[in-house]
Write a protein that binds this ligand. Sequence first.
Ligand code: FAD
Length: 496
Amino acid sequence: MKSKSIIVIGAGIGGIVAATHLAQRGQKVTVIEKNPRPGGRCDRFSRDGHLFDTGPTLLVMPLLYEAEFRALGTSMHEMLDLQRVDPTYHLVFDDGSQLALTSDMKAMQEQLETFEPDSFQGLLRYLKEGGRHYHLGMERLVNRDFRKASDFFTFSNLPLLFQLKPLVRHYSNMSAYFDDPRLKAAFTFQDVYMGLSPFEAPATFSMMPYTELAHGVWYPRGGMYRVVEALMELAHEAGVEFIFDSAVERIDVNEAHARGVLLADGQRLESDALLANADLPYVYNDLLPQDGLAEQLTRKRFSCSVISFFWGLDKAYETLGPHTLFLADDYRENFERIIRDLGLPANPSLYIHAPARLDPSMSPPGQDTLIAIVPVGHMSENGGQDWGEIRDQARKHVFRRLATLGITDLEAHIKFETTFTPLSWHKRYNLMKGSTHGLCHNLTQLGYFRPRNRHPRYHNLYFAGASTHPGTGMPTAMVSARLAAQRIMDDFQART
Ligand SMILES: Cc1cc2nc3c(=O)[nH]c(=O)nc-3n(C[C@H](O)[C@H](O)[C@H](O)COP(=O)(O)OP(=O)(O)OC[C@H]3O[C@@H](n4cnc5c(N)ncnc54)[C@H](O)[C@@H]3O)c2cc1C
């Protein structure tokens, strides 16, 4: 087959990986990225010797990463210097009780019994179910490309309705394993990664706490951005060309085809096929002619957003573990405030990341690098939220929560501070509504119901990334990239 030219819009994880697969198969690939560096949401900045991963901080689902690096012809373990993070999270509850989630089952048993008698048996049963959901989910849902309805609605998929519990709500399913609301929260908070509340998420997502304990949460020395650097090495080796600091303003289309792109500087580039890694709802709304499809996408459910604080500190807070999570008692109200009211809860759950606990080079000696993340609603249609005010409130909550751990002087030790609000996510990466995880993962937006990786009208326009199948997260962006690249190659083959 003759080599074809392909333009990729966006150098996020999905864009880099799809470009590499295509270039490895002999195609001429050019990636156009609006920002000065690759990585998209998996971004980084450094200041005065402090290094900040501004997006992902957790390498979860390591088996998926391993498989995707293998599909790119290499080994993840050779490319990344990985260490296992155990305990994964230090959970802190409103009543002052704490739980360190660990794969050391004896330590887990000792801790759990102080919360609720016999709850360790509950955990073992819960992990068994999570394991089933994980393995079936990976094999039958995540690693599949649902190109047509009959790929999804098959007779053999029918038992999944019972095996994966997609129709049972995650939180109500927890009653089968625990009574204590703190334990129910400890093993469901991960749903927020899918942009969902455990009160509406399918029980299928017990696969997340399972994989975190069974396969581990990992950290690459040098920070999460090392993953981007490793993927860029592979892309360069395969011959992918990158153009940075260059935004695509429009995708040039005719009745049934995408012809190329118009760049913000007025340049036009043509190609045989296009793959958009920029967030899918944004592409339909801003880069393509307006039609009913764009409008339908805007009406879909979007995941929440976050306010992130990045602090360079002149003092080290060694008592803070790498991943600390404050979980609020009013767990349900927390999700409702964020998801339904698009606001900030009165007593928000929040997360603190101290990367220097895992890799001392993330901070100058004797100092600290801290990231605090407070989940909030995404931008509303009417733009009525006062993000400056919400940011200030969120900041106070972080200090208040840290004080419960005896850290009362943090504010006085801040050398510099950077904050991201939903407006920043929107502006930096063109994420619609500033939604950090794109389209959310409720039942009607999963599997075959998620937007396809090929445009229904422009048959040489493809998509990869968080708002496509299988969904948000770094390893899943790699899966979506591989599936989209395969689809492009299959279409080229079919058209020759
Ligand atoms: C705060 C936060 C925390 C997270 N934590 C984790 C975590 O711990 N673990 C995990 O696995 N995942 C995490 N995620 C999710 C993960 O970062 C994303 O799902 C994944 O990186 C998305 O990759 P993507 O391929 O969809 O591309 P994106 O990252 O969306 O990249 C798309 C690229 O397209 C570019 N672009 C947009 N418009 C244009 C245009 N017009 N022209 C040219 N270029 C354009 C953007 O600049 C961007 O570089 C987190 C995300 C956030 C925001």
